[in-house]
Design a protein around this ligand. Sequence first.
Ligand SMILES: [Zn+2]
Length: 203
Amino acid sequence: MTCPCLDQRSKQPDPACPLCDHTVGFYYYEEKTVRAVCSSLTSKDAMEYFSQHLMGSAYITFRMDEVMPGWYDKIIMNNSLALFSEQIIKKATDTTHRLYYPPAISDESDHGMLKVINKDGTEYEEGVDYKIDGNLFTWLTGTTAEKYFALLYEYHPEYIVIDLPHEIRNTYLKKKLKAEKFQKMPTQVIARKKHLLGPENSE
Ligand SMILES: [Zn+2]
């Protein structure tokens, strides 16, 4: 849903808003697990009909009895893994960073972080130099001179609903019946990878 922090005139979200940090202008609540069918992942020709070439988009179909999807809904693919790379910039006083996605946890010792390097190519080790908790990256070693780091990690792909082309498709006429029969139909949405839509790490 729209975040209540939007400025009346500019419609811009408050950059310090705690409700929509990282999801600029949108507030997400009540996470729910549902089943869905994904098709046409990434850029198939059909995607181009809707607007520009929509890299990183997918059609996702839901059962209407499980969820009624809306614009800007966030969909996290719990059963899939993908790779994401981001840069973090450490100021002298920084001890933690909020990562763009929470790295996927496969077991207790492996938090999905594959590589952390600095500008010289020096590698940093989980449990020795840093630890991961959700999307919080915390330095375990003291102050380091290096400021720029690059991270590579596994995460559960996150999509944002950008279009509902079949939004008004949930009426269905059974021809053999005398009266109209309304039936909920599966709803298909077009969703796009979250990091391709908005600003990356807001830190
Ligand atoms: Zn907000």
